[in-house]
Design a protein around this ligand. Structure first.
Ligand code: CTP
Length: 450
């Protein structure tokens, strides 16, 4: 009996898949089909898969071509499968020509002709396409534009740069992004907007976008005032639009797994969550009025630093103390800010700085052990759980594609498609972040360092 094996994602099953499976079946007497798991796909950079593993397995099974369907979960599994199932032929489409030659050591490798003109990627783009407009006054927007290239069903419609800012955005070298003269022009040509401008401009821009019926992904903080925050969220709800903060870390796989592991009690009861985010900016050459136009430490880093605290301990803290060092008493540019929170049965702290440097780690203290993400924790592919007995320590690695921005865009797109905010950041966390920023700028609970 000749045993054949083939692998694929089989998302939105199409004629190309069916043709390939039939040809593979014809190569022998018994066909095994490996369907990739979600984690495996993510780890190899395939982030857009629409259907769940179970849906894809069912679709392949229902064709009745395969004798067995298995799940592919890890790199290197193909060799194990070939040995485990006594495979004679490994086969896959010609788009992989040469790539699996190394398996020739264990069985025959045959590349079959791929069906022209159809792919899951194309089906995904055709089934749903969102034109994303960019409103930006800084270069960070280019990261979002670049990452959007990896997301099926998302195209950049162009950019609007509010004056007096003068910024030309590109989608890679020599590839300028179309620039719109006005916000209304951009909105007219977009289904959704990504807002990457200074926070004091957010309210007007988001309001205009929502009123024009456009979904909004906004760099945090959403706004600096709780009343405005509520108005915008309500407007989005009334208009059935997605409005969410783009805190990229919230979407990175390693960070998400860390949060879930800690929430599942692996380090016991949480006693303290402590985060630090610093980046030393060149501030010495700046005049006070120039500083006014920059994002301060808390505004720039605060939302990120607060994220794990509010995710793990909730947003109902009993009190907080903000200690800050301002660059100039007339200018609310903070060089360094520390906030201590008291929760009913835990404590938390953040340290953020643009005018100071420290170890940018995240530590969650638990009664049984602690969770640790080394610097820079906000773009991590790695974390540890540590215990009294070091032999119990565990290390975890996950691929970090696009610092989480790519997965953030996928979640935003899926939320738009599903007409629900479920996949986005919890709104209470967004509200709590706005409140902290508002208190800081109003001087509430604030102590100033001399
Ligand atoms: N395949 C094929 N002809 C196509 C598309 C896919 O023969 N038009 C084959 C691939 O070569 C592979 C198998 O079907 O052997 C599963 O491929 P998969 O990656 O799941 O499908 P794609 O449509 O290529 O998916 P994507 O666009 O996400 O890469």
């Amino acid at each position: 009996m000749t045993k054949v094996i083939t692998y694929g994602t089989y998302d939105m099953l199409h004629q190309g898949h069916i043709n390939l499976l039939k040809r593979a079946r014809d190569l022998g007497d018994h066909l095994i089909v490996g369907v990739t798991s979600e984690d495996f796909d993510k780890a190899r950079g395939k982030i857009n898969v629409r259907q769940s593993l179970m849906e894809r397995v069912e679709a392949v099974k229902s064709l009745g071509i395969a004798d067995e369907v298995i799940v592919e979960e890890y790199a290197g599994q193909k060799i194990d499968d070939i040995l485990r199932y006594g495979i004679d032929i490994f086969t896959v489409g010609s788009d992989w020509e040469g790539y699996f030659d190394y398996l020739g050591k264990w069985c025959r490798v045959i590349y079959l002709d791929r069906t022209e003109g159809i792919s899951s990627s194309e089906l995904r783009s055709e089934s749903y396409n969102v034109r994303l407009g960019i409103v930006a006054d800084n270069q960070y927007a280019e990261k979002i534009i670049r990452e959007s290239n990896y997301v099926n069903g998302l195209t950049i419609s162009g950019a609007y740069v509010p004056p007096p800012c003068n910024l030309a955005l590109a989608n890679g070298p020599g590839n300028a992004v179309h620039s719109f003269e006005s916000l209304s022009d951009l909105l007219e040509h977009s289904d959704a907007v990504s807002v990457v401008v200074k926070p004091h401009l957010h309210y007007q821009i988001i309001r205009a976008a929502l009123e024009a019926g456009k979904h909004v992904l906004c760099e945090p903080p959403l706004v600096l005032d709780s009343i405005q925050d509520e108005q915008l969220r309500q407007l989005a709800q009334e208009k059935e639009l997605v409005l969410t903060e783009g805190i990229k870390t919230a979407y990175s796989t390693a960070y998400r797994r860390f949060i879930r592991l800690v929430q599942s009690g692996r380090i016991g009861k949480i006693i303290s969550v402590d985060t630090t985010c610093t980046s030393k900016a060149d501030l010495e050459s700046k005049k006070p009025e120039e500083l006014e136009n920059l994002w301060g430490s808390l505004c720039g880093w605060g939302p990120m630093a607060l994220l794990p605290i509010f995710q793990l301990l909730g947003t109902n803290y009993k009190r907080k103390t903000i200690i800050t060092s301002l660059a100039d008493s007339d200018v609310k540019f903070d060089l360094f800010t520390k906030i201590d929170f008291l929760f009913p049965s835990a404590t938390a702290s953040i340290k953020v700085a643009k005018g100071a440097k420290s170890e940018g780690g995240l530590v969650v203290t638990g009664t049984e052990g602690y969770g640790y993400i080394p610097a820079p924790w906000w773009k991590t592919d790695y974390f540890e759980l540590r215990f009294e007995n070091p032999s119990e320590n565990q290390r975890f690695f996950y691929q970090l594609d696009g610092e989480g921005i790519r997965l953030e865009l996928v979640s935003f797109l899926r939320s738009i498609e599903a007409g629900s905010r479920e996949l986005c950041l919890d709104e209470d966390i967004g509200r709590a972040i706005t409140e902290v920023l508002q208190d800081f700028y109003q001087g509430k609970d604030v102590e100033y360092l001399a």
